[in-house]
Write a protein that binds this ligand. Structure first.
Ligand SMILES: C[C@H](O)[C@H](C)C(=O)SCCNC(=O)CCNC(=O)[C@H](O)C(C)(C)COP(=O)([O-])OP(=O)([O-])OC[C@H]1O[C@@H](n2cnc3c(N)ncnc32)[C@H](O)[C@@H]1OP(=O)([O-])[O-]
Length: 704
């Protein structure tokens, strides 16, 4: 799985052969051993170039090997042999040099890269660390601060950035292999070859572990790089291997590798009607209309423009349209600068007239979340636009099929549910109704991918997947506060689990009035009412009562927490809330009790997970990967836990079921604690590993 040829008379060209990304499988590793040995021993070969087939250098170790028995020669001695070679070895980097791929390049003496190539050490995003010398060679090449940044974030660099950092010796826009061969020929024989393991030890910089949110790989990366700063190379390599061994079999590494593959699984979507990703061809889209230029409409406009699409942005209020135009150009400039991309001319046309979208291929409406307003708009668009224009709604929970029924062509209607801020958050829920055509779903999924989103196809129900699961999660948090917990106790438990923000800090950030409006729309709110039973089930009026006092969160300076001023982000426990809760519990006849973080996690997370099983049972999501990617990319679920469904599989489904039954007995008035029948079925099937859940869900079963 590696070939050796001689080119330009005296250059031994080694090509890695393992499409699509030349992953360092056992066969490739053996191929490198054999070809390096032959090249080094061939007297006619004066220098060596290593490249990859198909315009890709190497995507790193073969992640597919991790779950099974690792055979073949290990990477570390292979790379040490390359570095010790007495002939110059040059890496020709194009496409990607990631993980073990970049470590292979670092073991070479010189590196030539294509300017647009992607280089990096993303092992940390798989719950690992660079374990083929990267933590020891990179700090010796570019210093500890820069090395720590790349190793603990896993971020990709372009070839141009890599040159600036000193990772590569040359950048080319021409043929990379030819440039590398030319470079190799230019190295005078007998010159002093650059070997990183001989470089002096760099200084050690401490790195704050707080941003890891409980992930263990970034911490191990810091420890490995510290070894580079304090130990001789050989001992540093030993330390690197020890740290890798602690990560390799960890639950976090399995969770992160599950996320890596799940992100690709969700693009292979399917729906209960039988439409699928591989039998539905997306429609070409070059021009998109965006209706409504509030916060979401502006973000969607920016994301579309950055993806290179032409946008017709419509806001019927002149004032709002002008303000949006100013805001969007600022967002575009800042994002383009941050991403290092240039903006292509004036891709966005603004208008106050709906007619401006008459010739677009696809429209995304992001008007106020009001069904009557959206009904009217869909009726107008259905008449105004071309017969085959797709009509998409950014609604976060309204009935897509009802909107479709307002149009002449309901098969052209799908939901495209973006997450705020729409030009930053990677999640896109593509919501199909029973009448949505496969091509409409495929087109929305493809457009999401072009916008850099993780598109997940989901069925039409109240709240779709993400927000539907969020309901029980948030309700349990409020119930816990009624029973004796404080917002700080609940939030701390969830943040120690790995969420960037707990339920109440998040509610203060997004605004308590957002949920209040949804509950009003559902007829759950009775002003001034303290009743804890609404529509036949337990209900917490706490959020409503706070809203009635104008406590909307950060925007009003008070919510579940207290803030120095309106708009401040520094949340402080609020003594007023403390006494309000004591008085509330007394009036409700509730006896406050001590609630520990274990109960907080079980009540909030298992309620979330249980709703996920109901969603799978109903076919609203095709598999657990869809739910997990929605929660990792849209709701801050810690990636190193894999997502709610993967987390449930790691806790053990029987354990989750047992705890749900326990809490349901204690709280029979909370329907969302009633264990899902799919959860029961999986447990009775022996709790199979998560990769088998889809086939069990598809299995016909008695509904008894
Ligand atoms: C010792 C060392 O220290 C440690 C221990 C390591 O090295 S750990 C490993 C570190 N390396 C990584 O983290 C790089 C992970 N890969 C990527 O970031 C991307 O793939 C890409 C390289 C930037 C290309 O993106 P793409 O968009 O052009 O194609 P794709 O759709 O993503 O991928 C195309 C197909 O290739 C598969 N694939 C990609 N990288 C793979 C890998 N490293 N191993 C196995 N399969 C891989 C992928 O699953 C998909 O399969 P399928 O779905 O077709 O069946």
């Amino acid at each position: 799985m590696a070939a050796l040829t001689r080119v330009s008379g005296s250059v031994g060209l080694i090509s890695l052969l393992n499409p699509p990304v030349n992953a360092l499988s056992a066969a490739v590793r053996q191929g490198i051993v054999d070809t390096v040995r032959r090249a080094v021993s061939d007297p006619q070969v004066k220098s060596v170039v290593i490249c990859g087939q198909n315009g890709v250098f190497c995507g790193g170790a073969d992640i597919k090997e991790f779950g099974g028995h690792m055979s073949g020669p290990p990477l570390v001695p292979i790379f040490n042999t390359i570095e010790a070679a007495d002939k110059p070895v040059v890496a020709a980097i194009e496409g990607s040099a990631l993980g073990g791929g970049l470590e292979l390049a670092l073991a070479c003496h010189y590196r030539i890269t294509q300017s647009k190539a992607r280089l990096g050490l993303p092992e940390v995003s798989l719950g690992l660390l660079p374990a083929a010398g990267g933590t020891q060679r990179l700090p010796r090449l570019i210093g500890v601060p820069a090395a720590l940044d790349l190793i603990t974030t896993g971020r990709h660099l372009t070839g141009a950035e890599a040159l600036k950092l000193g990772i590569v010796d040359q950048v080319t826009d021409q043929n990379t292999v030819e440039a590398a061969v030319k470079f190799a020929l230019s190295i005078p024989s007998g010159c002093n070859i650059c070997r990183l393991h001989l470089s002096e030890r760099p200084g050690v910089m401490q790195r704050v572990k707080k941003s890891a949110h409980g992930a263990i790989a970034p911490v191990a990366c810091v420890q490995a790089v510290q070894a580079a700063a304090t130990l001789p190379f050989t001992q540093g390599m030993q330390r690197e291997q020890e740290l890798m061994a602690t990560l390799f079999g960890s639950g976090q590494a399995r969770a992160l590798q599950y996320c890596f593959f799940s992100q690709r699984v969700v693009s292979k979507w399917s729906s209960p009607s039988g439409s699928r990703w591989d039998t539905s061809k997306p429609k070409p889209v070059t021009k998109v209309g965006v209706i409504g230029l509030g916060t979401m409409g502006r973000g969607i406009t920016v994301a579309l423009a950055l993806a290179g699409l032409s946008v017709v942005a419509v806001e019927t209020q002149q004032q709002q349209m002008m303000a949006a135009q100013h805001a969007v150009s600022g967002m575009l400039e800042r994002t383009a600068r941050r991403r290092g991309v240039s903006l292509v001319g004036d891709q966005i046309r603004y208008s106050v007239e709906l007619e401006a979208v008459a010739d677009v291929e696809l429209v995304i409406e992001a008007v106020f979340e009001d069904m009557a307003l959206k009904e009217k708009l869909f009726k107008q668009l259905s008449t105004l636009c071309k017969a085959d224009t797709l009509l998409c709604s950014n609604t976060s929970s309204l009935d897509i099929d009802h909107l479709a029924s307002q149009t002449h062509s309901p098969q052209l209607v799908v939901g495209m549910h973006f997450f705020a801020p729409a030009h930053v958050m990677k999640l896109l829920e593509v919501v199909y109704g029973p009448r949505s055509a496969p091509q409409a779903v495929a087109t929305a999924m493809e457009l999401g991918k072009r916008m850099g989103k993780v598109s997940v196809a989901v069925g039409n129900c109240s709240g779709f997947v993400g927000n539907r699961m969020l309901m029980p999660y948030v309700e349990e948090a409020s119930f816990l506060v009624e029973e004796g917990a404080s917002p700080e106790i609940v939030d701390r438990a969830l943040e120690e689990f790995g969420f960037p923000m707990g339920v109440f800090r998040m509610s203060d950030l997004s605004g308590l009035d957002v949920g209040w409006k949804v509950r009003k729309a559902r007829g759950l709110v009775e002003p001034g009412q303290m009743s804890r039973v609404r529509q036949g089930r337990r209900y917490s009026p706490l959020g409503d009562l706070l809203c009635e006092q104008g406590r909307f969160g950060q925007k009003t300076g008070r919510g579940w927490y207290l803030y120095d001023s309106a708009g401040s982000r520094e949340a402080q426990p609020d003594p007023w809330l403390q006494s309000f809760l004591e008085e509330y519990r007394a009036r409700q006849g509730l006896v406050s009790r001590r609630i520990d973080s274990q109960e907080v996690l079980e009540r909030c997370l298992y309620a979330l997970i249980n709703e996920g099983f109901n969603i799978l049972q109903e076919g609203i999501a095709a598999g657990p990967e869809d739910i997990d990617m929605i929660y990792v990319f849209g709701y801050g679920f810690p990636r190193h836990r894999g997502g709610p469904m993967f987390y449930a599989s790691q806790v053990g489904l029987a354990q989750v079921l047992q705890r749900l039954e326990h809490y349901q007995q204690l709280h029979p008035d909370i329907p969302h604690l009633r264990p899902s029948s799919l959860l029961r079925r999986l447990v009775s099937s022996g709790s199979p590993r998560i990769q088998r859940w889809r086939e069990i869900i598809r299995m016909p079963h008695s509904s008894l």
